[in-house]
Design a protein around this ligand. Structure first.
Ligand code: LLP
Length: 418
């Protein structure tokens, strides 16, 4: 679902003109459509009615409190990967019993914090982590409910930096070693074995790798049952792709994915946990920016805008494509390299992109940035972190204010000898 449309040639998000927001919030800023997030969540719930499911929003995709709360209010749980994310999820009102804790390097402090808060499940990624978890749980006189994250050795056919399910990746326990570690865990005092977990990567453009991973996981669960290790929870991770380009390059939608899940796990009598991130929030977001300069190069024209790679790193980090739209639409087309002010050639949002002609002072929107946008921002080049705005119908509300230079610079302190 698309959160934006043009009305009288003016770009709107929900029923609010972007120009209206820009009257009070200076560019660059992120804005998100609440109803688009609702729509995505409901696509999951309405297509999963034949399974006992729990949706645990992967908060790393966008961890603003208002976004987490938007989903928690619909009944969502959370998938977290750090103490910070766990604190955010709890503060936004996610019930602890709907929180799963993923990640390859949970520290004893983080484990203790999660045990004290009685989360639903730890997704354990190694034998050493299992030992530490058992030790901390015993010290606290608690039991940790766990799933093992299994690495099924499946190629997700996605960008190599976000592919996680191949044997060469750092994630999970090789499927060939799974039985041994389940046997060990079943005998540990501080551990309750309840589940299996798999997550093979992000932005998958095809359903086939999911299907292959789920088939392997299913076989493992059946094998474990033969050894009297009963599995009640299957966590299928996240990974659904979204269409970043206005032509469709992802071959399925949430509905088809859910149908596949229902088919795969209908006979398993398990709770199925989903950890979607991108597919819940990516489409909801626009990054609004202003053209500072137009510049004619030797063989191309540049639009230099006030947003930069520190605000949205996906194009420079993953060569990611994002649609770019003018706020005031016009028929004259022009071709540009659209770049930010940071002192790196990598600070490029689009190359050789044909869009309606733009002038200095004009506003534009970079689309599909609700996931892995603001959360990956930095203050590189001592640029301020930019605001985030949530939109509902005709109203908007600032959900993160722009930082100020004093706060940013005062985070440093001089060394004792200076
Ligand atoms: N569960 C686990 C264990 C994960 O590692 C991730 C994402 C998810 C769930 C959510 O996956 P999603 O549904 O969002 O695909 N920064 C990258 C994406 C990194 C994904 C990391 N893990 C990007 O901008 O494309």
């Amino acid at each position: 679902m698309n959160p934006y449309h043009y009305k009288n040639n003016q770009l709107c998000i929900e029923n609010l003109a972007i120009k209206q927001i820009e009257k009070t919030v200076k560019t660059p800023f992120y804005c998100y459509s609440q109803s688009t997030i609702h729509g995505a969540y409901q696509s999951y719930t309405s297509n999963l009615q034949q399974l006992d499911t729990m949706i645990c929003y992967a908060v790393k995709a966008n961890s603003n409190q208002a976004i987490i709360k938007t989903l928690a209010d619909l009944g969502s749980g959370a998938d977290v990967v750090s103490e910070g994310e766990l604190r955010r999820a709890l503060k936004a009102g996610v019930q602890a019993q709907k929180i799963v804790y993923s990640g390859v390097a949970k520290t004893s402090h983080e484990i203790q914090f999660a045990l004290e808060n009685e989360i639903f499940q730890f997704n354990v990624e190694s034998e050493n982590e299992l030992d530490l978890l058992n030790q901390v749980a015993c010290q606290l006189n608690k039991k940790a409910a766990i799933a093992f994250r299994i690495n099924p050795d499946v190629d997700a056919h996605t960008h190599e930096k976000i592919s996680t399910g191949k044997s060469e990746n750092k994630f999970g326990i090789p499927i060939s070693k799974a039985r041994d570690i389940y046997r060990k865990a079943a005998n540990l005092e501080g551990i309750i074995v309840q589940g299996v977990d798999v997550h093979i990567g992000s932005q998958l453009t095809d359903l086939a790798p999911f299907q292959m991973a789920f088939d392997r996981i299913k076989l493992l669960v059946l094998d474990l049952e033969k050894e009297n290790i009963s599995i009640n929870v299957i966590d299928v991770g996240g990974g659904l792709g979204v269409n970043y380009e206005n032509h469709e390059n992802v071959s399925y939608g949430i509905e088809a994915y859910c149908q596949m899940l229902q088919k795969a796990f209908a006979d398993m009598n398990c709770k199925i946990i989903l950890e979607p991130g991108r597919s819940l929030v990516a489409n909801s977001g626009l990054l609004i920016s202003k053209v500072i300069y137009t510049k004619q190069g030797e063989d191309r024209d540049f639009l230099i805008i006030d947003a930069a790679m520190n605000d949205l790193i996906r194009p420079s980090m993953y060569d990611a494509y994002h649609d770019i739209l003018p706020i005031s639409n016009s028929n004259n087309q022009a071709t540009y390299d659209i770049v930010g002010p940071v002192c790196e050639t990598g600070d490029t949002f689009a190359r050789n992109r044909t869009i309606p002609q733009m002038n200095e002072g004009d506003l534009l929107a970079i689309a599909t940035v609700g996931a892995y946008g603001s959360v990956m921002a930095s203050t590189y080049n001592t640029r301020l972190q930019i605001p985030e705005v949530l939109v509902k119908d005709q109203t908007s509300s600032i959900i993160k204010a722009r930082t100020d230079y004093e706060t940013l610079i005062n985070q440093d302190s001089l060394a004792s000898w200076q």
